[in-house]
Design a binder for this molecule. Structure first.
Ligand SMILES: Cc1cc2nc3c(=O)[nH]c(=O)nc-3n(C[C@H](O)[C@H](O)[C@H](O)COP(=O)(O)O)c2cc1C
Length: 206
């Protein structure tokens, strides 16, 4: 398997609803391809990590690099791996805000405008601090401490990660509705996405 990480900048017309459609596509497509990973979006900048079988990741990266929804595509790293770091998620997502950055103690002097391809490509430790919070191994010290590698802890960890993802998607959906209402257009596809997310939230909370 390999893990590929890249940076890019969103095209100028890229909106919250575009981001939602993109995430919806990843959540449908990536499990079929056996892909896992993480997408961080902030200050119009993408940082994505994708892991899976070599030829599948390479093929997808080829498509992504030609995607018109972003520019300044640059691979940061490509490495052979034996184990996945994001095994919980077909494509975990985080939208960075000033608040989320302020919550990471290692990033005291880092501001949201610094989340851009130029700064990040030469400041690897920033990315490391952001990614660490999403990795499957993040909870390992806790697991070791209580010496309980049992199924319950694993399920609890997965449930928390899944709730976090729901929160990210719901926030993005609300932002996209506000943008659409502001522009005076709430399209049929957008409404379909709202209904589908609502029903998935209802099913998961019942
Ligand atoms: C920032 C960004 C990240 C993307 N990530 C993925 C991804 O993880 N999985 C995926 O299937 N497509 C992803 N895409 C979309 C692909 O570029 C491409 O549009 C999609 O795979 C279409 O595939 P198809 O030609 O098989 O329909 C991403 C696009 C962008 C702009």
């Amino acid at each position: 398997m390999i893990r590929v990480t890249y940076l890019s900048q969103a095209a100028s017309n890229f909106s919250s609803i575009d981001l939602l459609y993109l995430l919806e596509h990843c959540h449908v497509n990536n499990p079929k391809l056996g892909l896992t990973g993480l997408l961080i979006f902030g200050n119009e900048t993408f940082h994505q990590t994708i892991e899976g079988e070599n030829h599948i990741v390479e093929e997808l990266i080829g498509k992504i690099s030609n995607d018109k929804r972003h520019i300044k595509f640059q691979i940061l790293s490509k490495q052979s791996i034996e184990n996945r770091q994001y095994s919980n998620s077909a494509m975990g997502f985080e939208k960075l805000t000033e608040q989320t950055i302020a919550d990471v103690p290692e990033l005291k002097n880092f501001m949201l405008p610094d989340f851009n391809p130029e700064y990040l490509s030469s400041n690897g430790s920033v990315i490391e601090s952001l990614l660490e919070r999403h990795r499957s191994s993040h909870w390992d010290p806790l697991i070791r401490e209580i010496n309980a590698r049992d199924e319950f802890i694993v399920q609890l960890r997965n449930a928390l990660a899944s709730k976090h993802q729901q929160l990210e998607s719901s926030t993005l959906l609300i932002e996209s509705i506000i943008e659409s209402v502001h522009d005076g257009v709430l399209g049929d596809d957008h409404i379909r996405l709202c209904k589908s997310m609502l029903s998935s939230l209802r099913n998961k909370t019942n």
